[in-house]
Design a binder for this molecule. Sequence first.
Ligand code: B16
Ligand code: MG
Length: 210
Amino acid sequence: METMKGAIFDLDGVIVDTAKYHYLAWKKLANQLGFDFTEEQNERLKGVSRVRSLEILLEIGGINLTEEEQEKYRELKNEWYLDYIKDMKTDELLKGAKEYILQLKKAGIKISLGSASKNAVLILKNLDIYDLFDAIIDGNQVSKAKPDPEVFLKAAEALGLDSSVCTVFEDAEAGVQAGKAAGMYVVGIGTKENLPEADRVVAGLYELLV
Ligand code: B16
Ligand code: MG
């Protein structure tokens, strides 16, 4: 942390709780396909790409679909999800998130996003924090999902920094693993039990404010 020159933030669960909207949209799809989907099962989708999320959902429902059908359902789910998040406002920012990013910027630290979401830019704009980012790497730029380090390596590259001076902020275990695989210091957002591989764990970014 001492040598931090770049900070790379995951989006869902670190800056904003979009998981609840993803859940509503996946649940609607599950119901339409004839089965129920619980909040507990939704935990398996956190930090996971849209493609993989649908595969997990279909596994839960015991349903087999062709790739063409899956594409159709991914689009449908995303339309519902976009409908839920279109009115998202700054009050949905997680506690301390914007303040912490501003604190880092003041200290000269470069800021990047490192998210699996293809809707990240829209969300950052709705939250009025888009301009705070020096780089944005999201689901539109990566081909390999976390725990693959691709998203964080691309973020470091976009910031013009070596991995060793970048810190990742992540709430999902696969994201923590991706950060470690990228050779970065990882701050887990959650609990030590859920994120045993993180270098440090805090409940939220508000704990890091000075
Ligand atoms: P989209 P993160 C992830 O965001 C979510 O945690 C995950 O539930 C979602 O499936 C994924 O983004 C893709 O999102 O459907 O908007 O492209 O935690 O990587 O910021
Ligand atoms: Mg996340």
